[in-house]
Write a protein that binds this ligand. Structure first.
Ligand SMILES: Cc1ncc(C[n+]2csc(CCOP(=O)(O)OP(=O)(O)O)c2C)c(N)n1
Ligand SMILES: [Mg+2]
Length: 796
């Protein structure tokens, strides 16, 4: 976009001096950010930080983008965007260095409290209990992630929320969440990362839904070393996307090509283009070409290995900062002297902020070192250990850049070599203190611990039944439930494949779109990944989405955003951001290699940070939805596919009763053996228990109800203390969720102490279930398997 400067001057309603200052301020920011990149790399190379990845070469396009980013807007980008974070006032250079050093103090690195690799910025979306703040009057940067393109699915949701706020009457009342949907979500991605399916799925979802999404592709020609001819069809993402181009009377996206070194051209195009997105909700892609990467990809390697001398020379000449400076001078906006002075001031500022960040990071550690050295001096090592102890002492004393690990290690080892004495006691005590404070720094915020927003603190309200309670099919229970829920809670939305018009494949939402509107209950394309992304973005913007995955087996397609984004969100932002998304799916047992999988081990091990609910029937499911909706935390609810046509009694307090998470229920009392399970297997167990009772064996059946969390009051242990025999049953593969339950009860609850016979697991086979009734019977646990195992246990 080579635009003459006069175009900008004419469109800007500013005095020349005002305009000149604005441009100079931008250039100052470009230099500041460049200097941060240069010094940042040095910090890694000299060993003060582990790894660095920087935004050099991308400064000017980010300054242009930042100009049109307003309070109320959202950003979902990646590790190259420090300039944007600085320019929007969302991060300081000092914070940038604190994050580079992995400083765990949230006062120093408020974006991630040292938990994220560098240049992942996050503004505060929620308060301590996970309640959403006023997002309308602040600039909102959603925490990025290292996996390439992971930021894109949730950008779809952040943008979709604006459409919901503009079109759905009942949410217009929430003035802290939107101004009539006028917010734009700005997303950024590298050229090579557009090769990911995430990108293409998101572009299609945005094009179909018409949402205010502005995607910027920073095209520096490479993904680490692999050039774009191997990455992208025709070597150009905007060329490859041509079929998506919006035309008169079609949906689609607007596509713009920009040059990264052309400050004025980018400003001019973006001013109009972002305004168009804001008013029309037509998404746009900005293909920013001729971007450079002066220091190479990251501190892990050098780009001389894969870029030709000609390319390197071209990058030097077309460096965006250099080009901006030339343009300013050519157009008499500044002079060489003024620029030189500015550059010197900036260098000084970055050095100062870096030094302050390092000092502040080191102060508490140095304090610990002093304390530990003093404690070591007080202790007396056993005679045989004097050399080893002296070595530990000098190691710590001479460490010029100690970290917390060095302190804890030295103290632990030294103490173990010391004689018993009051000094050793004191040292042991201090070690415990450090362990505590380090746990608070590094191991917190997986959930909303100890706050009113925690799902574990939702008051328990039992389901109520009266004489007139009707008995109906499970799917009808859910249908009544969702109907009442949508009447009572305006923030709730539900969407997924076949969920809108026909009301989901099992009729839980049948007829509800007509009653509550297609802005709240709607169909999506077959795109599990961006269905999850939609849910994440909507939840971050203060709505309460129920995002449906049609069958449990297909959760795998949507698992990446759940494991990398939702499950880590509170943790990696140290509580600044949360996505209280509810994922609804159905699964376990139906005949077929798919539609009958139960990959629970995979799920619970990838979703620490979410709750995983496995209701045995639809009333329990409704109670779990209520619990999750009363909290500010995310959860997955897996309904039993074979439960929709089973008869259940309808509670009278359908949207008020709650099922507490982590609290098993005893479904059948017994004295000989405890059978632990959940979900649809409980019906198989029921059959087995009946037959075993004919054989004189009395079984106690425990429904764990939720796998995350798991039996927080150790109720299973109490059952085991009575029966002294235990078996864990589920439909997952051997070593899956049954092994998890086994581990919880044996190790965490200390169940091994009460065993009379070896504990057992009964699981599905290691392969996917075969098709048909016989395939199901011989692939999954069946009643006869359970009877045989329990009898064997009784005979031991
Ligand atoms: C899913 C995933 N695969 C691989 C990586 C390793 N990786 C990090 S950055 C990168 C290249 C990205 O290139 P591009 O999207 O062009 O962004 P750039 O760094 O050039 O700005 C790769 C392969 C990753 N972080 N995530
Ligand atoms: Mg690239």
């Amino acid at each position: 976009m080579e635009q003459p400067v006069n175009d900008v001057l004419q469109t800007a309603p500013l005095s020349f001096e005002h305009f000149r200052q604005e441009v100079l301020n931008d250039y100052r920011m470009a230099c500041l950010s460049r200097e941060a990149s240069l010094l940042g790399r040095k910090e890694v190379l000299t060993g003060k930080a582990k790894f660095g990845i920087f935004g050099d070469g991308k400064e000017v396009p980010q300054l242009a983008m930042a100009k049109f980013f307003k309070p109320g807007d959202f950003y979902s980008g990646y590790y190259r965007d420090q300039t944007f974070a600085f320019a929007t006032g969302s991060a300081t250079v000092k914070e940038f260095f604190a994050q580079l050093y992995a400083d765990p103090d949230p006062g120093h690195d408020p974006h991630s409290a040292g938990r994220q690799m560098n240049s992942h910025f996050a503004t505060r979306f929620v308060d301590e209990d996970g309640s959403v703040l006023d997002l309308v009057n602040r600039k909102n940067l959603a925490a990025g992630m290292a996996p390439t393109a992971a930021q894109i699915p949730k950008a779809v949701g952040l943008a979709l929320a604006s459409k919901v706020f503009r079109e759905v009457e009942v949410v217009k009342q929430f003035a802290n969440l939107s101004r009539n949907g006028n917010e734009v979500c700005f997303a950024t991605i590298g050229d090579a990362s557009t090769s990911e399916g995430h990108f293409w799925e998101a572009m299609n979802a945005a094009a179909v839904q018409q949402i205010p999404l502005a995607i910027f592709v920073w095209d520096d020609g490479y993904g680490i070393s692999v050039p774009k001819k191997f990455q992208t069809a025709k070597g150009s993402v905007s060329e490859a996307l041509k079929g998506f181009q919006k035309k008169e009377g079609t949906n689609g996206i607007d596509i713009y090509k920009l040059k990264a070194w052309d400050y004025s051209g980018m400003c001019e195009v973006l001013e109009a283009a972002i305004e168009k997105i804001r008013t029309t909700h037509i998404p746009a892609l900005f293909h920013v070409e001729e971007v450079t990467q002066p220091q190479g990809h990251s501190t892990s390697g050098s780009h001389e290995r894969y870029k030709s001398p000609e390319r390197l020379q071209w990058e030097r000449e077309w460096d965006c900062n250099r080009k901006m400076k030339e343009w300013m001078i050519e157009n008499s906006l500044t002079t060489e002297e003024e620029v030189m002075q500015l550059e010197n001031e900036v260098k000084e500022q970055v050095r100062r902020e870096r030094n302050e960040a390092w000092e502040e990071y080191q102060i508490p550690i140095k304090g610990q070192v002093e304390q530990v050295l003093a404690l070591m001096e007080e202790m007396h090592p056993l005679e045989a250990h004097t050399d080893a102890a002296a070595h530990l002492y000098s190691e710590l004393k001479s460490n010029r850049e100690p970290n917390r690990r060095d302190v804890a290690r030295c103290l632990f080892k030294y103490t173990s070599l010391a004689q018993q004495s009051p000094a050793r006691k004191k040292a042991e005590h201090y070690y415990q203190e450090l362990a505590h404070s380090n746990a608070a720094l590094y191991n917190t915020h997986l959930h909303l611990e100890h706050t009113a927003g925690s799902a574990l603190h939702v008051p328990v309200v039992p389901a109520q039944y009266d004489d007139s309670s009707t008995v109906m099919n499970g799917y009808e229970v859910l249908n009544r439930y969702f109907d009442q829920l949508f009447n009572n809670n305006p923030k709730v939305l539900a969407f997924g494949e076949d969920l809108g018009y026909i009301g989901d494949v099992n009729q839980g939402f049948a007829g509800l779109q007509a009653r509550h509107g297609n802005g709240r209950i709607f169909d999506t394309g077959i795109r599990e990944l961006t269905i999850m992304g939609q849910g994440i973005g909507l939840a971050m913007r203060g709505l309460r989405p129920i995002a449906e995955i049609q069958y449990l087996d297909y959760l795998v397609y949507g698992l990446q955003p759940l494991t990398d984004d939702v499950a880590t969100m509170q943790f990696r932002t140290a509580g600044r951001q949360a996505a209280p998304l509810i994922v609804r799916t159905r699964g376990h047992r139906l005949e077929g290699i798919w539609h009958s999988g139960s990959p629970m081990g995979m799920i619970i091990n990838s979703l620490r940070g979410m709750y995983v609910c496995v209701p045995r029937n639809m009333v329990q499911a409704a109670g779990m939805y209520n619990t999750l909706l009363q909290s500010n935390e995310p959860g997955l609810v897996i309904e039993c596919l074979n439960g929709y046509r089973l008869k259940e009694k309808l509670p009278s307090n359908l949207t008020d009763f709650t099922v507490p998470l982590g609290k098993p229920e005893i479904l059948h009392q017994g004295t000989d053996v405890t059978i632990v399970s959940y979900g649809s297997t409980l019906r198989i167990i029921d059959e087995a228990v009946h037959h075993l009772s004919l054989l004189g064996i009395s079984c106690e059946v425990v429904d764990v109800q939720t796998l995350l969390p798991f039996d927080t009051d150790h109720l299973i242990l109490q059952s085991l203390q009575k029966t002294n025999r235990i078996v864990f049953v589920d439909e997952d593969v051997p070593g899956g969720a049954a092994a998890y339950m086994y581990n919880k009860v044996m190790e965490e609850q200390g169940g091994y102490r009460y065993l009379d016979v070896a504990p057992r697991t009964i699981t599905g086979k290691a392969h996917r279930p075969s098709y048909g009734s016989d395939g199901d019977y011989f692939s999954k646990p069946n009643a006869e398997d359970i009877i045989a195992v329990v009898r064997e246990m009784m005979q031991e």
